[in-house]
Design a protein around this ligand. Sequence first.
Ligand SMILES: *[C@@H]1O[C@H](CO)[C@@H](O)[C@H](O)[C@H]1NC(C)=O
Ligand SMILES: *[C@@H]1O[C@H](CO)[C@@H](O)[C@H](O)[C@H]1NC(C)=O
Ligand SMILES: *[C@@H]1O[C@H](CO)[C@@H](O)[C@H](O)[C@H]1NC(C)=O
Ligand SMILES: *[C@@H]1O[C@H](CO)[C@@H](O)[C@H](O)[C@H]1NC(C)=O
Ligand SMILES: *[C@@H]1O[C@H](CO)[C@@H](O)[C@H](O)[C@H]1NC(C)=O
Ligand SMILES: *[C@@H]1O[C@H](CO)[C@@H](O)[C@H](O)[C@H]1NC(C)=O
Length: 275
Amino acid sequence: MEQGEPRLRKKSWRRRYICIGVLGVLVLIVVIAVVVGLVLRNNTQQLKGTFIDRCKKFNVSDCQKVWDAFEQAYVGRDPCEVPMEAYDPFIAAAPFEPACNRMMFWSKTKDVVHEFTAKSDCFVTLEDTVLGAVADGLTWCGKKGSSETFTTDCPGWVDCVNNPVRSFWKRVSAAFADAACGNVTAMLNGSITTPFSSQSIFGSIELKRFNSTRMESLNVVMVTQKNPVANCTNASLKMLKAELDNGIQYYCKEVSEAQLKECSNNPQITCGACW
Ligand SMILES: *[C@@H]1O[C@H](CO)[C@@H](O)[C@H](O)[C@H]1NC(C)=O
Ligand SMILES: *[C@@H]1O[C@H](CO)[C@@H](O)[C@H](O)[C@H]1NC(C)=O
Ligand SMILES: *[C@@H]1O[C@H](CO)[C@@H](O)[C@H](O)[C@H]1NC(C)=O
Ligand SMILES: *[C@@H]1O[C@H](CO)[C@@H](O)[C@H](O)[C@H]1NC(C)=O
Ligand SMILES: *[C@@H]1O[C@H](CO)[C@@H](O)[C@H](O)[C@H]1NC(C)=O
Ligand SMILES: *[C@@H]1O[C@H](CO)[C@@H](O)[C@H](O)[C@H]1NC(C)=O
């Protein structure tokens, strides 16, 4: 008895330590779970917040509905199995009115073209419409068996063809080109050897959807720098012309980057008079 008591006490102390240890581990697990949950939710909430804010700038009455249509394309899906058709409901939900004679397409001139269109209301790129603006510069994907939106560890542009971001841009580009009307402009890059590539989104999707029942002309603006590499005579442009729907007029003009800068700094001469 006399010897048993301290042993008992020792045992109960040990039990207490084990209890505290187990409790500590449980608390740690809960804390980690909460933090991970918050980070995941922040991902979803952050992307959604940006999306909705940008949507509202276009005076869209129900941006939540547009978000829901966007989200259903990829949430719960393998991020390499999102085809462009998955965004059909988004296209249907996003109110988009084509701006005839002002539509601007581009390939390999992203920065220059947006600098140019941002400074005046003369031309409208896809990224200036609600279709493209809501997701411009963002990355997102879902995961099988999850209802979350992830913004990290998503497949990149070339990792797999049917990834959520690439399929989105293909689908909205198709919608933008389907609506192309009147005189349409396209800015191509004269500083690379092949200004027109049939593999680009412009060559593989947009150009194929231009329709002469709505479109009058395609005006290529070849943006050149100090030492132009290619110009309007380049053979790749003959391929472009050959792919164009019969009945659409084709024009090409070389315009220096310096001239574009000058035009965007003088908004009153930007509308057409720059080339
Ligand atoms: C949105 O609506 C406000 C108020 O009616 C108007 O001032 C603004 O120009 C509109 N914006 C767009 C992009 O239509
Ligand atoms: C054309 O492409 C080159 C090389 O990628 C780039 O440095 C240049 O800024 C582009 N030009 C325009 C007008 O975007
Ligand atoms: C397209 O441009 C041509 C030539 O500048 C012009 O005559 C024509 O009216 C324009 N088309 C439309 C639909 O504005
Ligand atoms: C253009 O539109 C007409 C009528 O909608 C259609 O029959 C034709 O196939 C279209 N052409 C192209 C090249 O998409
Ligand atoms: C266009 O490029 C070709 C060769 O690529 C060159 O021979 C020709 O002089 C250029 N034309 C102009 C107007 O710069
Ligand atoms: C012009 O186009 C052809 C074929 O698309 C390409 O191979 C060539 O390198 C291009 N560039 C120049 C500067 O000639």
